[in-house]
Structure formats: C-alpha cells, structure tokens
Design a protein around this ligand. Structure first.
Ligand SMILES: [Zn+2]
Length: 411
C-alpha cells in the first residue's frame, strides 16, 4: 500500500485525528458511531482514525455499552497513560511542581515557599531543581514525558515563552521558555496563570463542555482567563484578561497597586486587602482569637490563619472575608455584564476561603449586575481550588498534545 500522503492530505489527517481525540477526551465514554455522528465524518474514516489513536496508545477501549438500545458498541476513552506531563507554577511567594498523567491526575508533587524579595536567578534555579526531581520521577515510571508547562502571574508572550511583565514580582522580560528548554530538553510552554487555569477547568474541571466562562484567579493579585466561544480569548498581543487592574471606585482600603496605578479592582479584593481589613479591625481592639492564633503558631497574619479563625466562628475574620467578597463581587458583576458567561469560576490561593467569599460575591453580583444576564451566570469554585494554576500548567501541555502529535513521536 502506498502510505505516502501529500502535505494537504497529511494536514487533513492530523486535523481529523485532533478532532476525534478532543471529542473522545470531552465526551468519553463514546462509541465510534457516536464520534461519526458528532463530527460528520464517515464511519470508515472514523474507524481508521481511531485505529491510529489506538496504535499510538492515546485512546483505549473500555468495554461494551450494554445499557443502550441496539447492538452493543465498544466504548472509547482517552488513555490516561498516554504520557506524563510536568507542570510548574511560579507563584509570587511559592513554587509548586507536579507530575500528572495525561488526564491531569497528580502522581507526584512538591511545593516550596519562595521569598518574593530573592533575586530572579535564585527563584528560577529553585524551580529548576524541583522540575529536575519531577523529571527523575517521570523516568522511574518509565513513561514518555510530553512536556513542561510553566505558569506565572503577569503578561506572557506565549510564542516566545517570555514573561513580559509581572507587577507583583517586579519582573520584566524573562525568557522562561528558553531557560527551561535548555535545561530540561523538553518542549516547554509558558502561560499566564489565569489563562492556564481556564484551560485546565475546560479540559479537566467544572467547565468541561462549557463554551463561555471566565476564570478568576485570586491571590496576591487577581487575574482573569477569558474563555469565549469555545476558546481562550487572548486579545491582540496575547495580554487580555488583566481584570485585576480594571480601575474601579475609591473606598477606605485604597492602596497603590503593584502596577503603579490607584483604584485597581484587585487592591480591594486581593489577599493583601483581606489582611488589611483584619489589621484595621484588630487596631480598634475588637475581641478576636486572631492575635492568640498568631502567638500560638508563631505566625504572621496569613490567609490560612484568618480562615482558621473564621472556621472557629471569629466575627472579625468572617466579616473581613465578607467585605472582600462584596468587593470581589462588584468586579464579577461588571464582568458578567460585559461577557454574559455561563460560569464564573473562582480559583487560586484565596479560594481556600471560598465558603466565606462566595455568598458575598453572589450577593454583590445580584446588586450590581443586570438581572437578565446574571441569572444565567453560575458562580462556582474551581475544581482545583488553590492548585488551579498548577493544573493549568499541565493543561496547556495536554491541550497542545490534543492538537499536534509531535509529542508522541518518541518513547
Ligand atoms: Zn493595578
């Protein structure tokens, strides 16, 4: 048989392989007949494409569907063992690395605190050391490693793998892609933390099959991943989604934002604003268990500690979260009015206090958005909570692997 394909035929074949693989990924378990129906490809084409995916170990058969009417059909799903993926999240004050299977299930992970004031080279080296441990783990599992995803706060040029500007890190023009590719010999993908988290939510989380949703990444800053019309919206230069720097109203907790401006939304609703709200309450000597917790744990005022106080019923902690939740909700309302999303998803470090923030976010959204639009928007917590961007780093590699098959060339 002549197996040589023309360039056009090869392109069509790869496009169709990707189409079928993505469909199996999002709809599994699914039969060949259902794939044909949903893609519009004819049955023999689907059969041949599925054979190729089976041969590459990307999908596998998981038995007959005996529940439905008609002849039982062999069902397909994506093979979680298709390869390992390494993800690294470079946060403002921590570094987190994980190895997952192809379906985003965590097999190994490590997290280290990082000092925001350490120099760039030191923090990159710290990350590199943990990534090398991850690679070693992957080799022990004797599986191909498909790539390394790296997420960071700030604007990113994804084609060059360069962090353009991270206000909260005070970093500019860092060529992460080049540095990590040279050191690891892996395909490296660099992406903004919130954008990556949105892709993760679409591939593995609460937004599977959702075509219009916004991911709100909350922590030291607030970033947005705008997933519109079934894909990530990047804007002209790829910097879209800097929702935290949307200028809004003045109120007593106004501070200068790390971007240099005043009145940015994130300064009312980020991690630091919550700490400030608690500090202001403690200064007027309201009764609170927070000072006692800090002394017992020899700890500064942190979000996990405030959350612990809230869990114990501390009014000052609960009220501080509530206030920040209302401020967060005001931004959510504006975004809902503009984008009419099906879902608004809150993730990132602050989502550990989601149970205190969410009811207030919802209340503010009711107050500040157009009812016809907001009634349709579901406001939920990320499936991955504070790990949203770490799983995002995994997701950007998997997303590319579902489109291009260069990853599966070698074992
Ligand atoms: Zn700002």
């Amino acid at each position: 048989m002549n197996t040589k394909l023309t360039a056009d035929q090869a392109f069509v074949r790869e496009t169709n392989l990707s189409l079928v693989l993505r469909l199996i990924h999002s709809q599994a378990p699914i039969s060949r007949a259902q794939v044909a129906l949903m893609t519009g490809l004819n049955k023999s084409t689907v059969s041949s494409l599925v054979d190729e995916l089976l041969a590459k170990n990307l999908v596998h058969e998981i038995g007959n569907n005996i529940g439905g009417a008609g002849r039982p059909a062999m069902m397909l799903e994506v093979n979680a063992q298709a390869g390992n993926v390494i993800g690294a999240e470079l946060g403002v004050d921590f570094v987190s690395v994980a190895v997952t299977d192809f379906m985003g299930n965590i097999l190994w992970r490590k997290r280290e605190e990082a000092d925001t004031n350490v120099n760039q080279v030191k923090m990159i080296n710290q990350t590199l050391q943990i990534v090398k441990e991850a690679i070693k783990f992957g080799k022990k599992k004797n599986q191909r490693t498909l790539g390394l995803g790296l997420t960071t706060p700030g604007t990113v040029n994804i084609n060059e793998g360069v962090l353009i500007f991270a206000p909260n890190l005070h970093w500019r023009n860092v060529p992460f892609g080049k540095i990590f590719a040279e050191q690891t010999k892996l395909p490296v993908y660099v992406e903004n933390d919130a954008n990556a988290a949105a892709v993760a939510e679409h591939l593995f989380g609460t937004a599977r099959q959702v075509q219009d949703f916004l991911f709100v990444f909350s922590g030291v800053g607030i970033g947005g991943g705008l997933f519109l019309n079934g894909k990530l919206y990047r804007g002209k230069n790829g910097y879209a989604g800097e929702i935290g720097h949307f200028p809004i109203m003045a109120e007593p907790y106004q501070t200068v934002c790390h971007c240099g401006n005043r009145g940015c939304w994130e300064t009312y609703a980020n991690q630091y604003s919550i700490i400030q709200r608690v500090q202001a309450r403690l200064e007027v000597k309201r009764s609170s268990i927070i000072p006692k917790l800090m002394a017992e744990q020899n700890s500064g005022l942190t979000i996990p500690l405030i959350k612990q106080a809230a869990d114990a019923g501390d009014k000052e902690a609960i009220d501080s979260f509530a206030e920040a939740g209302l401020a967060m909700g005001q931004g959510f309302a504006g975004l809902i009015n503009i984008f009419n999303p099906k879902k608004m998803i809150l993730g990132g470090p602050l989502s550990i206090a989601g149970e205190y923030l969410l009811p207030n976010i919802i209340q503010a959204v009711k107050r500040h958005s157009m009812p016809e639009i907001s009634q349709q928007a579901e406001i939920v917590l990320s499936k991955f909570g504070p790990d949203a961007s770490l799983i995002g780093a995994i997701a950007i590699v998997v997303d590319d692997a579902l489109t291009r098959f260069i990853h599966f060339g070698k074992k």
